[in-house]
Design a protein around this ligand. Structure first.
Ligand code: AMP
Ligand code: GLY
Length: 420
């Protein structure tokens, strides 16, 4: 069968690579893909925001399944659009995608269904929000409601920071704001928890921990993710059951009460406080770089899992994993997450030979006249599966040194909590 993948990052290259191993797939198309996907799939450079143009291409090429990587098209209703046109697509519909598209939608579900989360207030103007600050404890968290490419969250140390954040949000930094969310600051350790759902059944899909801050020791600005490891060091049977019973099932039941079924990957961003889970946010997709970190551990054919979902037969699929630990390091353009240059040559990739337990996934890259050029802040993802996280990290660093891209930088301390 022919499959189409929407997106262009490291997550999508890893999805593409996992699917390319499926014997049932004859051809993969990536919309638009990157220099890595181009080696195993056909990259199609069309405007994915225009669902009609995308559909015309998909129909003309007889593509039978679409897999959506990023959140934006999901929140904009790509799944509803293709399902209305009877084209199988893997991902949650527009209403279910509000779990990521609106933090306030999710917080209201948490309140109604008693899902553990940081205490919060929703305020519809600057004055009401500022009034609340008079009695607030710091640090506290200020959040824009909608999608903000990871930038709409402010951890505020004092009144002045919080007032500035509230003003920026209402002044339209992340688009028109009807509300602002103020939240208690939770102290604990973060974990990324994934399930996959067909609307009727769910299956667990591994855990990971990522490093969001740009600097070693988890300091500096927030990024999309500088590296990750899987499994999480925090997960245990007791915690796993609490996450499912207190967070995942109540959320899916809340959607059912709205006549909505969840289909696709669901990613719960959790804060673990003394073995108790609190929901920080939902994402309606795989994480990036968690996806690149987790998929190499997957033994089961990813296509079978996805078809299990689109056909509502996920209960018939057994998801199996390799036992080894996985660790991913992201090589970024110098300057990221602020200003950085694109179109810088990456020379050595063709000379590199990988062991069977190593992967290099492309993120922000493009191929021009057979040259690989940088094309984004996060450029390459180095992933290694090993018995120990330490060995996995060392092997990744050796590989990064071989690539020797002097315009890039990376964190050498990914996984420090699990590496002594
Ligand atoms: P989000 O985009 O909601 O994941 O927030 C980005 C990051 O801000 C999270 O990964 C956390 O590190 C941090 N964060 C968000 N909400 C809270 C909270 N209530 N308490 C502590 N940290 C938070
Ligand atoms: N790694 C965080 C995210 O994908 O949102």
């Amino acid at each position: 069968m022919k499959v189409g993948i929407i997106g262009s990052g490291g997550r999508e290259h890893s999805l593409c690579e996992a699917l390319s191993k499926s014997k049932k797939i004859s051809k993969i198309y990536c919309f638009p893909g990157n220099a890595g996907t181009q080696k195993i799939a056909k990259n199609i450079d069309i405007n994915v925001d225009d669902f009609e143009i995308l559909k015309n291409f998909i129909v003309s090429e007889k593509i039978e399944l679409i897999v959506v990587g990023p959140e934006k098209p999901l929140v904009e209703g790509i799944v509803d659009f293709f399902e209305n046109n009877n084209i199988p697509i893997f991902g949650p519909n527009k209403l279910a995608s509000q779990l990521e598209g609106s933090k306030i939608f999710t917080k209201k579900i948490c309140a109604k269904y008693k899902i553990p989360t940081a205490k919060f207030g929703i305020f519809e103007n600057i004055n009401k929000a500022k009034l609340f600050l008079n009695n607030a404890k710091f640090p506290m968290v200020v959040k824009a409601d909608g999608l903000a490419a990871g930038k709409g969250v402010y951890i505020c140390e004092n009144m002045e920071n919080a007032e500035n954040a509230i003003e920026e949000i209402f002044n339209g930094k992340f688009g028109e704001a009807k509300n602002v969310l103020l939240e208690e600051f939770l102290v604990g350790e973060e974990m990324s928890y994934f399930v996959v759902s067909d609307g009727k059944n769910i299956k667990k899909f591994e855990t990971a921990q990522d490093h969001k801050r740009v600097g070693e020791g988890d300091i500096g600005k927030n990024t999309g993710g500088m590296g990750a490891y899987s499994p999480s060091r925090l997960i245990n049977k007791d915690l796993d059951k609490k996450i499912l019973d207190k967070i995942i099932y109540p959320t899916l039941n809340a959607l059912k009460d709205m006549n909505c079924e969840y289909k696709g990957f669901l990613y719960a961003g959790l804060m673990i406080v003394k073995n108790e889970p609190y929901l920080i946010e939902y994402n309606v997709r795989m994480g990036d770089p968690e996806c690149q970190t987790i998929l190499p551990k997957l033994k089961t054919d990813l296509l079978e899992i996805i078809l299990g979902c689109t056909k509502r037969k996920l209960d018939e699929i057994k998801i199996e994993w390799h036992n080894q630990n996985s660790l991913c390091i992201v090589l970024c353009s110098k300057g990221y997450p602020d200003k950085y240059k694109n179109n810088i040559l990456i020379n050595n990739l063709d000379n590199i030979t990988l062991d069977s337990n190593q992967k290099i996934f492309h993120a922000g890259t493009k191929n021009e006249n057979n040259n690989i050029l940088s094309n984004g802040g996060r450029v390459l993802n180095f992933v290694c599966l090993e018995n120990s996280f330490k060995e996995a990290r060392n092997k990744n660093i050796q590989l990064i040194n071989k690539v020797n891209w002097t315009d890039g930088f990376y964190r050498k301390d990914i996984g420090y909590r699990v590496i002594k």
